[in-house]
Write a protein that binds this ligand. Structure first.
Ligand SMILES: *Cc1c(COP(=O)(O)O)cnc(C)c1O
Ligand SMILES: [Zn+2]
Length: 414
């Protein structure tokens, strides 16, 4: 890889050659991919990028850690819409708000960005089997992206994973192990199995390439905003790979001089499971927490990428905010009604956090903000119905419709 210099441990600084099979440092720390920004600057310009017709995350190939001749995996991942959300901005009392809907990815979450990268690197490594543990979305996205590329998958999910995600896994033909236990126990079992059978490892906090896939969400936001840097970007946090990846993408753009400042990150977690935000708020190391939230994708009591996430939040001068399940459900409804965007609970937690910070007066009224929706609501319809209610249900007769409208206080307009 001409654009990559090496991988470096974020804990002890040890350097590694960037081979496709990289995992953690011998000290247990997570590796970070270090680029040759001079090479990238010489080979990619904003104008060259603007002329590209590839509307996927692979349009940023010069900024990604793959060989020049590695084919992009088959599913079209990334280049999700960035909507200007005027009505929602008005509701929150801020000047400019954009909603980045990553729920439109092929398996309906931001995790596709990491899984597409995992498939590309597995192909470089000559692997035929990929494995991961996941709260659900990493699993379904790996299964889908691998199926399209003709690779087999072994997937470990906690028993609580919503049915929509399990249905995706079964449809994509993964070998699925539903672990009767927490995400932490699920992760540990997957780790042992991966060691035993030598599968390619798609655990995002172990395989350093996966954050590099996730960083494309940051690259896209900036290109879609024509390189005008927003003041804040709000996103939900579980293991911490997503927010760390987002930050990496922004820092890459800063390093090659395409943006002249960096936004502040807003790290949103659930009140019932917020070890990373608690560490920031207390200025201390993170400690494990229970996994008490309906936002299953971010119910991560032992975050696997806390180091990179904490660094990203601190470096950006970021804000942390914890929201209740009720606030997450309210945000789900609000995004649906003001933007037509349907997010799963963890998908809208960034927006819920932003709303709360606005209500607390912590975001200036003239701020410009991007809120990333990280997963689609169809993955977890039970919680969407719980948040928004059941429809009017009647036999097919006009007089009953009139009565139902009267009962429900529906005033019919034209
Ligand atoms: C995985 C996930 C997150 C959080 O990403 P981490 O890397 O675990 O912090 C947020 N939202 C959704 C929908 C996810 O699937
Ligand atoms: Zn190390």
């Amino acid at each position: 890889m001409k654009n990559v210099r090496y991988a470096r441990c974020v804990k002890c600084g040890k350097l590694y050659e960037a081979t496709p099979n990289l995992t953690n440092c011998s000290c247990g720390g997570i590796l970070d991919i270090i680029y040759d920004y001079d090479y990238i600057k010489a080979n990619l310009t904003k104008e060259k990028l603007a002329r590209r017709s590839d509307n996927s995350m692979w349009r940023y190939r010069e900024l990604l850690p793959v060989e020049e001749d590695t084919p992009a995996p088959p599913l079209r991942v990334g280049w999700s819409p960035l909507y200007e959300a005027g009505a929602l901005a008005d509701r929150l009392g801020i000047r400019t708000l954009y909603v980045k809907d990553d729920g439109i990815n092929p398996t309906a979450s931001l995790k596709d960005r990491a899984s597409s990268m995992a498939v590309a690197k597995a192909m470089e490594a000559g692997a035929k089997v990929i494995a991961c543990s996941s709260t659900g979305n990493a699993a379904s996205s790996l299964a889908g992206n691998a199926a399209a590329a003709g690779l087999n998958t072994y997937i470990f999910v906690p028993g609580r994973a919503p049915r929509g995600k399990v249905a995706q896994l079964m449809t994509f033909g993964a070998t699925v192990i539903s672990v009767q236990g927490s995400y932490e126990e699920t992760f540990e079992l997957s780790k042992q199995a991966i060691e035993k059978w030598g599968w390619y490892n798609r655990n995002a906090a172990i395989n350093p390439y996966l954050s590099e896939g996730k960083k494309t969400v940051g690259l896209e936001i900036m290109e879609q905003l024509n390189w005008a840097v927003p003041d804040y970007i709000a996103i939900s946090v579980g293991d911490g790979c997503t927010i760390a990846g987002l930050w990496k993408g922004l820092k890459d753009l800063y390093a090659i001089g395409w943006i002249d400042r960096l936004p502040r990150l807003i790290s949103a977690q659930a009140e019932g499971c917020c070890p990373i935000n608690r560490a920031i708020a207390e200025g201390e190391d993170w400690r494990p927490m229970e996994e008490n939230t309906l936002a299953d994708s971010i119910a991560v009591g032992v975050p696997r990428n806390a180091d990179k996430a904490l660094m990203a939040i601190r470096e950006s001068g970021g804000l942390v905010v914890n929201v209740s399940d009720g606030e997450i459900m309210a945000a789900q409804k609000l995004l649906g009604r003001t933007c037509g965007v349907f997010g799963e609970p963890a998908g809208v937690t960034g927006a819920a956090g932003l709303k709360k910070l606005c209500e607390q007066g912590k975001i200036p009224a003239d701020a410009s903000v991007v809120s990333v929706v990280t997963g689609n609501g169809l993955k977890d319809v039970a919680n969407a119905i719980a948040a928004c209610g059941e429809p009017i249900s009647i036999p097919g007769e006009m007089d009953l419709l009139l009565r139902a409208f009267a009962d429900h206080g529906v005033v019919v307009g034209s």
